[in-house]
Design a protein around this ligand. Sequence first.
Ligand SMILES: Cc1cc2nc3c(=O)[nH]c(=O)nc-3n(C[C@H](O)[C@H](O)[C@H](O)COP(=O)(O)O)c2cc1C
Length: 186
Amino acid sequence: MKSLVIIGSRNPLGKTSMAAEAFSSGFATKGCSEKIFLVEKNIERCRQCDASGWGLCRNEGICVIEDDFLSIVERLRQSDIVVFATPVYFGDMSESIKTFLDRLRRITRNEKGKAGIYEKPAIGICVAGGGGGGAVSCCFFMERVLAACGFTVEDMIPCRRQNLELKKSVLVGTGKWFAEILTSGT
Ligand SMILES: Cc1cc2nc3c(=O)[nH]c(=O)nc-3n(C[C@H](O)[C@H](O)[C@H](O)COP(=O)(O)O)c2cc1C
């Protein structure tokens, strides 16, 4: 069983990474977990290719931009569960994860693009590390785009600086729980 954790923070030792690591450590009891830091990748924003604002993605489920997007999508397709973890910026997702999800939503308008993504379990983690506000609105925005991509959104977990230790224990339990569910097939 494999989980892929896609992280929208630029900080490998930061709060978002710690939250993501908590999930991975729980999942690792029965499976393996890989991480991707989106800021280390080259991912351009959607070009809204043609005059109507649509593009090749609508009819063919692929993106014309030659960057790291497709290789990440392929890794996502090979995973049993995907976790999206973002720091909360202005009550919303970080720019790197938003850019990635904007393009994923585009290619999944099409059956070919949906392959390996439709109904795949996904979890969102949103970490408000400043005042602590905005984690719930961030979860709301992320859940909408994950559902639009066709994922089965299993949970959205808001965290704030003040409760991060508590939420880390919830995330370890969530990781364990999903590794067990996916292994047993129930
Ligand atoms: C542009 C920007 C906007 C932010 N907006 C919020 C916010 O709405 N609520 C909050 O609690 N923290 C906010 N923060 C703080 C981040 O959530 C905090 O730095 C986060 O923990 C960073 O995650 P990291 O530790 O993974 O780098 C913001 C930070 C930045 C840079």
